[in-house]
Design a protein around this ligand. Structure first.
Ligand code: SF4
Length: 308
């Protein structure tokens, strides 16, 4: 191995930065423990780090003691969870990414106008559960093109499509095309729901993959956008592996590889990328080159009541 190519941009997005900041500010302001519903972001290192600082991750609100401080994860929650948390009287901070909230707001607005929805997303993902759970009914999940033929809305005059924010841009475009072929009058979001960070990281992998022999994606198995990056490189014909940390790297992957591409999902911290670079250097890499790419400047403010 001679050279490491770094995709640009890679790693943390504004929504992940804000979500982690919210937990850290809550710990600093209110002391430990702070309860977090679901992994704040889908990354093992981040979750373990916050656990060590005093965060307790739970799935059921019944596991949170009365009066405690509770944070919703970056993926968002259903109305039922919001209502239950209110009813239980917790001090609540919402780390839902503002770009997920934007989808929720659009859904609520169109629901009032009588729309029914087709949601494109991955079944069981917490963002999908949170977004679908904004409504009592009238939202139908499709995971792939085959599902589009099966979906049965009760009416088709007022039908809108929404998507998970971290999908494969290409897969989503194909599924939206199938939805439009079956329901030509369907309303699409003015700006796609797939977020800027997902789009930019996938574009960077598209640029990098043809230039390298192998792609490494730093990300946890539960991270949707990290999985999509690995799949994308693979589809472009470049063998690709996802690692949670440098310890997952297997020296056998690099036999015969000269150029190694490296990227990281939106929830993977830079410290893990640096550890992977150190390991790749130990395996023979002599230089690191950052590829050209979009410089992201977007930042989201903290919720009120958390400023120190
Ligand atoms: S990946 Fe996109 S939607 Fe998810 S937290 Fe980051 S910016 Fe927000």
């Amino acid at each position: 191995m001679t050279e490491i190519f770094l995709a640009e941009p890679r790693g943390f997005c504004a929504g992940v930065d804000r979500a982690i900041d919210i937990v850290e500010h809550a710990l600093a302001k209110f002391g430990r423990p702070i309860y977090v519903r679901h992994e704040i972001v889908h990354n093992t290192y981040v979750v373990n780090d916050l656990k060590a600082k005093g965060a307790i991750f739970i799935e059921e609100l019944s596991d949170v003691p009365p009066g405690a401080t509770l944070i919703f994860s970056a993926h968002g929650v259903s109305r039922a969870i919001q209502d239950e948390a209110q009813a239980r009287g917790f001090r609540i901070f919402d780390a839902t990414c503002p770009l997920v909230t934007k989808v929720h707001v659009e859904l609520a607005k169109l629901d009032k106008e009588g729309y029914e929805f087709i949601m494109i997303g991955h079944k069981g993902h917490p963002e999908v559960e949170g977004t679908m759970g904004q409504l009592d009914s009238g939202i139908h999940l499709v995971e792939d093109v085959a599902d589009v033929a099966k979906v049965q809305p009760t009416q088709t005059d007022l039908l809108a499509v929404v998507t998970q924010t971290t999908l494969s841009v290409d897969d989503a475009a194909e599924i939206v095309a199938a939805v439009k072929a079956r329901f030509p009058q369907v309303r699409e979001p003015k700006q796609q729901d797939i977020c800027y960070a997902t789009q930019n990281r996938q574009d960077a992998v598209k640029l990098m993959s043809p230039q390298v022999d192998l792609v490494i994606v730093v990300g946890s198995p539960t991270s949707s956008n990290s999985n999509r990056l690995r799949e994308l490189a693979d589809r472009l014909g470049t063998p690709a592996y996802m690692v949670d940390s440098a310890a997952d790297l297997d020296g056998a992957w690099f036999v015969g590889a000269q150029k190694v591409g490296l990227t990281a999902g939106a929830s993977a911290p830079d410290v893990l990328v640096q550890e992977v670079i150190a390991r790749l250097r130990a395996l023979g890499a002599v230089s690191v080159r950052t590829l050209d790419g979009i410089q992201e400047t977007i930042k989201f403010p903290l919720p009120k009541g958390l400023k120190l």
